[in-house]
Design a protein around this ligand. Structure first.
Ligand code: ADP
Ligand code: MG
Length: 242
């Protein structure tokens, strides 16, 4: 059984059909990369998986259980599926550690004392052990994004979704954030990424899905998608971006 399975997922905003019957299977421990032109529906798909957008049709199965049924409380599901966005959205008036503790305190009702050791361990695991007391404006963009990833990990998610998390960074800061993803992959985290980092996708993805017009036009192992794409739209896109 797949860890995450989408079947015929459809989502429209008014008459704009943004996801048009998406089937996607993600095995435990896999890293799946979504690539495709701007407006192809990557962000919307990730938001649907995290139940930030209700879907119009189809099913989203997590461990074989349909999490897209109407009326289901989204909160416990969101705790199991972390999401990180392009904009880090750290609270500027809180230290890095306070930002990370916020959701576990609110959602899991944990105390600062109970969280101190696990949160310190998370910061150390990702090379930010000396930055816990820093405020966001005292951190580089790359460090802020790494804190945002730690914040999502503090909920002990089973799956992580990443939406263009390096797109807002200066080029010299992209590498340290991609290194976090490499590390997570090595640790066996199940991940779905929307990304423009083609070289990275080629290097680490288990599966690459090319989206266009709200559909997965082509998918496969990165070596196949990048070296011998079959669909004309995939070929044209890769010619433009690689
Ligand atoms: P991508 O991430 O691949 O660039 P998006 O999922 O952001 O694609 O957008 C796909 C389409 O959905 C675009 O036409 C966009 O304008 C539209 N869209 C996304 N979010 C909303 C929203 N909240 N309301 C209305 N239209 C939206
Ligand atoms: Mg997007």
């Amino acid at each position: 059984m797949a860890k995450l399975e989408l079947r015929g997922v459809a989502k429209a905003f008014g008459d704009n059909a943004v996801c048009r019957g998406i089937d996607l299977s993600v095995e435990e421990g896999q890293m799946v990369c979504l690539i495709g032109p701007s407006g192809s529906g990557k962000s919307t798909l990730l938001r649907c998986i995290n139940l930030l957008e209700p879907i119009d049709d189809g099913e989203i199965m997590l461990d074989g259980e349909d999490i897209s049924v109407p009326g289901l409380d989204p909160q416990p599901v969101r705790a199991r599926i972390g999401i990180v966005f392009q904009s880090f959205n750290l609270f500027p008036h809180m230290t890095a550690a306070e930002n990370v503790m916020l959701a576990p305190r609110r959602v899991h009702g944990k105390s600062r004392e109970a969280l101190a050791a696990p949160v310190r361990a998370l910061f150390q695991r990702f090379g930010l052990g000396d930055k816990m007391g820093h405020y966001p404006d005292q951190l580089s963009g790359g460090q802020q994004q790494r804190v945002a990833i730690i914040r999502a990990l503090a909920m002990s998610p089973e799956i992580m979704l990443f939406d263009e998390i390096t797109s807002a960074l200066d080029p010299e800061l992209v590498g340290e954030v991609l290194d976090v993803l490499r590390q997570l992959r090595g640790e066996g985290m199940t991940m779905v990424l929307a990304t423009h980092e083609m070289a990275f996708a080629r290097e680490v993805a288990d599966k690459v899905c090319f989206l266009d017009g709200g559909m997965i036009v082509e998918e496969g192992p990165p070596a196949t998608i990048f070296s011998t794409p079959q669909e004309p739209r995939t070929k044209a896109f890769l010619k433009r971006v690689v």
